[in-house]
Design a protein around this ligand. Structure first.
Ligand SMILES: C[S@@+](CC[C@H](N)C(=O)[O-])C[C@H]1O[C@@H](n2cnc3c(N)ncnc32)[C@H](O)[C@@H]1O
Length: 188
């Protein structure tokens, strides 16, 4: 289990990354206009390629991740640009670890599969008309030693959101890197 849940794997991966952040997620770049102005929680933010893009676009961003190395790098990148970012070291595999995180105008989950229970609880953490933006490897992505079936986003993950969210966009994309899905929900 490396893609999700292995802190040592991620700390060592971030420790050898270059001196600059990666480019933001294409789907986020293309759909940023769907977001509600204001605050955003970036769940499993890594070293912040998307957090930085959102800061650049005027959002107040809180990034959470369990890799201290990732959050350290994010702070360095943000300081370079004089951006203020709030980070929290949280292990998402701990049930209820997001209970006290607060309420945001948007939540981004990019390349991390939240549990169905955690997804369901997002209604408590998003303001009315706020956006839940989920993007990552979808159900048809090829499984290998790093990415297991359990790591793939499944359409059924979102079943319990129907009561309080409407799906405003659902994008599927296949290329040589894999099968990607984006789900954009607006809170009713
Ligand atoms: C594929 S990276 C995605 C990073 C970022 N969202 C992006 O799109 O660049 C997965 C991230 O999930 C984090 N992660 C994995 N398991 C986690 C857990 N149990 N709790 C918190 N973060 C976790 C890793 O540290 C890593 O930053």
């Amino acid at each position: 289990m490396e893609y999700m849940g292995n802190k040592e794997y991620w700390d060592s991966k971030f420790a050898v990354r270059g001196d600059n952040p990666l480019q933001p997620e294409k789907s986020l770049l293309e759909n940023i206009s769907c977001l509600k102005n204001g605050s955003i929680l970036d769940i499993a933010c890594g070293d912040g390629r998307n957090t930085l893009f959102l800061l650049e676009n005027g959002f107040q961003v809180t990034g959470v991740d369990f890799s201290s190395k990732a959050l350290e790098r994010l702070k360095i990148f943000a300081d370079r640009k004089n951006y203020s970012v709030n980070t929290k070291l949280i292990d998402l595999s701990i049930p209820n670890s997001l209970n006290d995180i607060g309420i945001f105008d948007n939540v981004l989950v990019n390349h991390y599969r939240l549990s169905r229970k955690q997804l369901g609880s997002m209604e408590n953490h998003i303001t009315d008309n706020g956006i839940l933006f989920v993007c990552g490897f979808g159900q048809h992505h090829k499984i290998d030693s790093k990415i297991r079936k359990e790591d793939l986003i499944q359409p059924a993950d979102f079943e319990q959101l129907k009561r309080s969210f409407e799906l405003i966009k659902n994008i599927e994309n296949a290329d040589d890197r894999g099968f990607f899905v984006t789900y954009i929900f607006r809170k009713k």
